[in-house]
Design a protein around this ligand. Structure first.
Ligand SMILES: [Zn+2]
Length: 346
């Protein structure tokens, strides 16, 4: 009974605050940002917990909210991280980007949800406490599973406050992603932000149904994903590139007046991608023979699998030309396991 009360209170708090804040933004001059029960004055930053007081029942909602209100008017950029709780680079990108934001020099507002799956962050789990994938649960709602409720609250916040969204991820399980931005190339506003992020690779696609990016895009807000590195790690190079990308998007939106960095070499844009999987009937220890970022031709050897008992070696070849943008690290693999992510232009 108490749990229901806490949830109802939270949901009404979000809807009430969001509606009031949205109305205030559209009618008033540049004013303090009203977010949940907090007022963030122009030129200042605040960090607070989504759940004001800790409760056992609501612990899955006890995530951090960071907000920077610029001293000058401008758009609102929102950053989301740890939708997958084990993708730790994403948290560090958001934390660093926020820490390096000087609200006095900012035009507009930066709102960050750096640890949406806070329990997964603590335990190293991709999934929510109820074992669901949060990135298939958007737009969510006010009823249903723990995951559906968290998705609903995040979706409502993003669609109420944000003019653009960057959702941050890494490869899943023991796979590494070449730093890349993913975007729906049919949307010019989102594509412009994706290109100006400054990653060397931009990959087209809408994302799966229920993913944060796809559902937010369908609500009319340009949203892009930055994917970089491995889960369960803090990788300085990928993190620094992500922080710089966030800054580049802030510059593109007119929130900062700095000079953006360009990717070196210039960004390669791919229309689609596909995974090469372990052929049925094969399995063993996988070793890559090419590095991430390599451009391959059809039939090029990309990796091999050593069968541990028979000493047989299975060769993994490219089935078409493309660029390697994601790859499993050496590990035990079985039939059907996704090994190598290949970006293409068709
Ligand atoms: Zn992810």
């Amino acid at each position: 009974m108490r749990w229901r009360f806490v949830l109802a209170l939270l949901c009404s708090l979000v809807t009430g605050a969001s509606a009031a804040a949205a109305a205030a933004q559209s009618t008033a001059a540049w004013a303090p940002l009203m977010l949940l029960e907090h007022s963030i004055a122009p030129g200042t930053k605040q960090k607070f917990s989504y759940l004001g007081g800790r409760t056992f029942e609501g612990a899955f909602l006890d995530t951090a909210v960071f907000a920077a209100r610029g001293s000058q008017p401008g758009p609102t950029l929102c950053l989301t991280a740890l939708v997958h709780g084990d993708e730790r680079n994403s948290f560090e990108i958001v934390r660093t980007a926020f820490a390096e934001t000087d609200a006095q020099r900012l035009s507009g507002t930066l709102i960050a949800l750096p640890a949406i799956n806070i329990n997964g962050f603590r335990t190293g789990s991709r999934y929510m406490p109820d074992r669901r994938d949060l990135n298939r649960a958007f737009p969510g709602g006010t009823k249903g599973s723990n995951t559906a409720v968290v998705a609903g609250i995040v979706y409502q916040a993003l669609t109420t406050y944000c003019d653009a969204v960057i959702d941050l991820h890494t490869g899943s399980f023991d796979r590494a992603n070449l730093p890349q931005v993913r975007v729906d190339l049919s949307n010019p506003r989102a594509t412009d932000l994706a290109l100006r992020f400054g990653a060397a690779v931009v990959l087209g696609g809408t994302g799966p149904r229920g993913s944060l990016r796809r559902e937010v895009m369908e609500a009319g807000i340009p949203a892009i994903i930055y994917e970089a590195g491995l889960p369960l790690r803090f990788e300085p190079e990928e993190i620094r590139a992500g922080v710089q990308g966030v800054r580049n998007v802030m510059i593109a939106l007119g929130m900062l007046t700095d000079t953006a960095t360009a990717p070196t070499p210039a960004a390669r844009v791919f229309a689609s991608s596909r995974w090469l999987r372990v052929p049925i009937g094969q399995g063993g220890v996988f070793y890559p023979d090419k590095e991430l970022g390599t451009t391959v031709s059809a039939q090029d050897v990309i990796g091999h699998i050593d069968e541990p008992f028979s000493d047989q070696r299975f060769i993994i070849r490219a089935d078409a030309p493309g660029t390697l943008i994601g790859m499993a690290v050496p590990q035990v693999v079985f039939s059907g396991y996704a090994l190598i992510h290949v970006a293409r232009n068709n």
